[in-house]
Design a protein around this ligand. Sequence first.
Ligand SMILES: *[C@@H]1O[C@H](CO)[C@@H](O)[C@H](O)[C@H]1NC(C)=O
Ligand SMILES: *[C@@H]1O[C@H](CO)[C@@H](O)[C@H](O)[C@H]1NC(C)=O
Ligand SMILES: *[C@@H]1O[C@H](CO)[C@@H](O)[C@H](O)[C@H]1NC(C)=O
Ligand SMILES: *[C@@H]1O[C@H](CO)[C@@H](O)[C@H](O)[C@H]1NC(C)=O
Ligand SMILES: *[C@@H]1O[C@H](CO)[C@@H](O)[C@H](O)[C@H]1NC(C)=O
Ligand SMILES: *[C@@H]1O[C@H](CO)[C@@H](O)[C@H](O)[C@H]1NC(C)=O
Ligand SMILES: *[C@@H]1O[C@H](CO)[C@@H](O)[C@H](O)[C@H]1NC(C)=O
Ligand SMILES: *[C@@H]1O[C@H](CO)[C@@H](O)[C@H](O)[C@H]1NC(C)=O
Ligand SMILES: *[C@@H]1O[C@H](CO)[C@@H](O)[C@H](O)[C@H]1NC(C)=O
Ligand SMILES: *[C@@H]1O[C@H](CO)[C@@H](O)[C@H](O)[C@H]1NC(C)=O
Ligand SMILES: *[C@@H]1O[C@H](CO)[C@@H](O)[C@H](O)[C@H]1NC(C)=O
Length: 751
Amino acid sequence: MARVSLRLMHLVLVITLFSVSHAENNSSSQGQTLLRIQQLLNLPAVLSRSNNYTDFCNIEPSLSLTVICYEEKITQLHIIGENTAPLLPRNFSMDSFVTTLVKLPSLKVLTLVSLGLWGPLPGKISRLSALEILNVTSNFLYGVIPQELSSLSSLQTLILDENMFSGPLQDWLSSLSVLAVFSAKKNLLNASLPNSLSGLESLRVLGLSHNHFFGEVPDLSGLTNLQVLELEDNAFGPQFPKLGKKLVTLVLSNNKFRSGIPAEVSSYYQLERLDISFNMFVGPFPPSLLSLPSITYLNVSRNKFTGMLFENLSCNTELQSVDLSSNLLSGSLPTCLLSDSKDRVVRYARNCLATGNQNQHPLPFCRNEALAVGIIPDRRKQKKASKAVLALGIIGGVFRRENASTGYASKLLSDARYISQTMKLGALGLPNYRTFSLDELEEATNNFDTSTFMGEGSHGQMYRGQLKDGSFVAIICLKMKTSHSTQNFMHHIDLILKLRHRHLVSALGHCFECYLDDSSVSRIFLVFEYVPNGTLRSWISEGHPRRSLTWTQRISAAIGIANGIQFLHTGIIPGVYSNKLKITDILLDQNLVAKICCYNLSLLEENIEQFSAGGSTSFHVGPRMKHDDGTDVHDFGVILLEMIKGRSIKSKTQVEVLKDQLQVAIATDDVARRSMVDPRVKQTCLDQSLKTMMEICVRCLREVPADRPSFDDVLWNLQYAAQVQDAWQQGESLSSEGSPVSPSKPPRLTF
Ligand SMILES: *[C@@H]1O[C@H](CO)[C@@H](O)[C@H](O)[C@H]1NC(C)=O
Ligand SMILES: *[C@@H]1O[C@H](CO)[C@@H](O)[C@H](O)[C@H]1NC(C)=O
Ligand SMILES: *[C@@H]1O[C@H](CO)[C@@H](O)[C@H](O)[C@H]1NC(C)=O
Ligand SMILES: *[C@@H]1O[C@H](CO)[C@@H](O)[C@H](O)[C@H]1NC(C)=O
Ligand SMILES: *[C@@H]1O[C@H](CO)[C@@H](O)[C@H](O)[C@H]1NC(C)=O
Ligand SMILES: *[C@@H]1O[C@H](CO)[C@@H](O)[C@H](O)[C@H]1NC(C)=O
Ligand SMILES: *[C@@H]1O[C@H](CO)[C@@H](O)[C@H](O)[C@H]1NC(C)=O
Ligand SMILES: *[C@@H]1O[C@H](CO)[C@@H](O)[C@H](O)[C@H]1NC(C)=O
Ligand SMILES: *[C@@H]1O[C@H](CO)[C@@H](O)[C@H](O)[C@H]1NC(C)=O
Ligand SMILES: *[C@@H]1O[C@H](CO)[C@@H](O)[C@H](O)[C@H]1NC(C)=O
Ligand SMILES: *[C@@H]1O[C@H](CO)[C@@H](O)[C@H](O)[C@H]1NC(C)=O
């Protein structure tokens, strides 16, 4: 076998024009082809009259160029440029280049790396029908991978890494029956994988990392030879792929996997490298991964794995690198990982482990997060139970009062409107609180498109989004001005996830966006239910286009608001006070149920810098009454006033004036009272009901906070007003039976 090496330093192909002319015909033709290649690749030729031209099969191989001949024919050509090869000039034609290449029909191995080749890969390259290995790594080839490659029946290795190929992998790939290595890392391939991949029975290595692939990985469990599967940095998911047991390397990091790890992974006895980091894998971390018989590298960081680790777990002594960081693991780090092996890397930061060496979250963090992604079923049950207890307590209160008052208890209880807010506490019909991924929110808002923008407050922007399940959400985006870890915000999240009530615009979840360098929080997204039917004002005050609420609906709305505020005060710990509520902060849903938005979340406070700079906690967990400065009752009074008057109230003075007028009317007669009320409901409200509403309104607006009623008191009066109104309306319709209802005023209503 003759060999010639052409020394190629800095892309200088040493071959002479004249050399080929002295060669016998076949060599001559190949030499000319090589020369043409040199020209097309724009490699500065060093023309030499040396005699080595006849014999290019004999030149010493180098890093840059190797020509290998078999029986005078070139069977291998390796040309390797510099890593930073620029694009070939504009007049370069990939088509002419390949046309030239195929004049070396005996080529079995072709390597064209870092040459600046650009253009689509011409299908005619398949005329190199003997080709077994094709490696075109690191060029600028684009377009789809040509189907003509499917006729290369001897092709065993196809390496297309670091180009700009796009489009899908097509079914024809499976006709490459001896293909053992297929790698197209770092391209722009964008599609889901064809199921026909599972027909590539010879496949040993499949490398598709750093593309734009998406969707489920097809069932590859039939690829019994598959040893290396690298899918890093795509959008594969959500299910863990089905694979054969002979895997040696499995890299799934940075995708969109959201499932648990299937049990069979623990039987991958040849698995040496497992990297599933940076996904949303959930469920218990299987400790058996640590003791897989061949494992040397294990990276499960940045997922949502839960579960306890124990000191007595065993691990493979060959483990070189273990990364468990940023999960929700608790318990203790296995001692086998802590042993002083000098080469071993063990990372476990940002879990809730008892081992103190690396930055750990407090245990509640992992519990809350686990709860948020809904992966601790028994905890979720616990939570429901506690809500039920709360609901029972409140229902208990309602029973007692109604029973003590007018004997309408049974009717009230049968009337869902009065008790629904308590009954429904435990079953709001809302999805479980959870963490959202940024991807999900971007998708929901079309990348925070301006058309989804709802408004901007002192605290941040609000967007309307539509989730995959079709439901609408409101998303508040808070930009952090100082750098803090997610941990610093967890006490806020702890509070927010409790803010779920029929009369609150309830929190559905959150999403932290972190900076890559130090993982401090850059933005927090709070996801709330979307309440579609406008503000209470738009349903009350004249001059607004909507049909106005009836008197009964107004009382219902008032009861709802009072219930919501009472929940903020006493339904959660610590209570949320000083909500500065205005009528425009009350929204109505499609059933005209009133919901409070814009309650006092300290996370939303303007000076977000101040509190977060303060670090640990900004909640005061002192005696509750201390917080209740009565401002919420006063603000509620103003809302009630507007509901009675049916007119926008714009100033403090106006409130004072109207309050005084109400006070006079209450003490005068029903005509006076009726003159105060919104003309649109004048005809339909019972005086007793109206009077009760006016009275409670005036009391809420009292100057001295201590003189204002409690929300218990407010609620009781509102329910009384609803009840007499209801009874009267029923009496109206039943008046032919001649038993008008005239409920007596209960003794508790005193001034
Ligand atoms: C050399 O081969 C080419 C075809 O590759 C042919 O056209 C030419 O006539 C041959 N020359 C000689 C001297 O055999
Ligand atoms: C040239 O190549 C042809 C076919 O490839 C072959 O038949 C012929 O014997 C070769 N000639 C020489 C002188 O090697
Ligand atoms: C031809 O190649 C041989 C080695 O293959 C080398 O020693 C010799 O110097 C070369 N001759 C010329 C004139 O470059
Ligand atoms: C490309 O253009 C350069 C000059 O700009 C010229 O030297 C070269 O021959 C051209 N190559 C082709 C393949 O036309
Ligand atoms: C393809 O070329 C690249 C760059 O030289 C090299 O790192 C890689 O090992 C080659 N692949 C094969 C299968 O030869
Ligand atoms: C893939 O990318 C190409 C080129 O950018 C584009 O035309 C095509 O629509 C993309 N396909 C998918 C499924 O995203
Ligand atoms: C584990 O994976 C993460 C994210 O993919 C990476 O940042 C980290 O360096 C890896 N850990 C080790 C020990 O290689
Ligand atoms: C390991 O420790 C845990 C708790 O400390 C215990 O429940 C378990 O039985 C132990 N397992 C073995 C194999 O010793
Ligand atoms: C009120 O409740 C008590 C028990 O708590 C019961 O004995 C009584 O009958 C109830 N009264 C009415 C009017 O329902
Ligand atoms: C608002 O409420 C009304 C009456 O219940 C209803 O007909 C309407 O569909 C709701 N939605 C919007 C967006 O107005
Ligand atoms: C929110 O509540 C805190 C105390 O709970 C209070 O200090 C703060 O002033 C309130 N925010 C507003 C806007 O009133």
